[in-house]
Design a protein around this ligand. Structure first.
Ligand SMILES: C[S@@+](CC[C@H](N)C(=O)[O-])C[C@H]1O[C@@H](n2cnc3c(N)ncnc32)[C@H](O)[C@@H]1O
Length: 243
């Protein structure tokens, strides 16, 4: 993997633009159908994978959720822990849904929604937990992880989940067949590019090792990888040492 500090600024900018274009091609116009389709596309496991992520959190009161999408995890954390939640997301279309849902749930005062690239999100604030589902494969982790660690409070947990390519052959077979079936099942509504290109993105990403390495390099401790559903998804987390 090419490290950003070895690249010219303009080359780094171009690869970032390429990644953002990929995200745009995957998610353009999918806001209204996202929640239903993430459920179907994960065999209903999305909820279970998020529950496991939440089980590592110890009632954090100031949370940052990266790539918050339509707010599934962010709003659940606002409900469950009762604190403040900040979401960052590239798609304004998705953030409109977050705002509407937060308003309806009575969380408008305790939630904030920023439109932009999570890689570069850096504010003068400390978060007890930084969470994310399905972002690592889309970002330069050499940029994102150091930025997040700067905003993590002492004792705080940084945890990310995403799909992963399983190691066992029979599970690989399930993975390999899955996206073709999804294309037959859910077509139109902006989802076709996703089913065609996501398998290649997932086979090419090295997000688990890159996240764990970056977390360690940035001084996080207890860095742990947790495979989910026989490695079809994984969690990686690390904790900032208490001051
Ligand atoms: C599969 S969705 C997951 C949404 C949400 N985390 C969830 O679990 O329901 C992936 C999301 O990542 C967002 N995304 C991808 N790259 C991003 C980036 N660099 N910065 C912010 N959001 C990003 C996309 O716009 C999309 O909403």
């Amino acid at each position: 993997m090419i490290r950003r500090n070895m690249m010219s600024e303009s080359a780094a900018g171009k690869t970032q633009e390429k990644r953002e274009n990929l995200v745009e091609s995957f998610f353009h116009g999918t806001g209204d159908t996202y929640d239903k389709n993430v459920h179907i596309a994960t065999w209903g496991r999305d909820k279970q994978w998020k529950e496991e992520l939440l089980s590592f959190l110890d009632s954090p009161q100031n949370i940052l959720d990266l790539a918050c999408g339509t707010g599934i995890l962010a709003l659940e954390m606002a409900l469950r822990f009762g604190g403040n939640v900040t979401g960052v997301e590239l798609r304004g279309e998705y953030l409109d849904i977050c705002r509407e849902r937060a308003e309806k749930a009575g969380f408008a005062e305790r939630t904030r929604w920023f439109e932009g690239n999570a890689e570069e999100f850096l504010i003068e604030e400390q978060f007890d937990a930084i969470t994310s589902c399905y972002i690592p494969k889309y970002v330069n982790l050499d940029v994102l992880v150091p930025n997040m660690v700067k905003m993590l409070a002492p004792g705080g947990l940084f945890i990310m989940q995403d799909f992963s390519y399983p190691e066992e052959k029979w599970v690989q077979n399930i993975f390999d067949d899955h996206f073709g079936r999804m294309k037959q099942l859910i077509n139109g509504d902006g989802w076709d590019v996703m089913w065609e290109e996501l398998p290649t993105v997932l086979k090419n990403t090295n997000w688990i090792a890159d996240t764990a390495r970056n977390m360690r390099e940035q001084g996080l401790v207890d860095v742990t990888i947790v495979p989910q559903s026989r490695g079809l998804s994984s969690l990686v987390y690390g904790r900032k040492p208490s001051a």
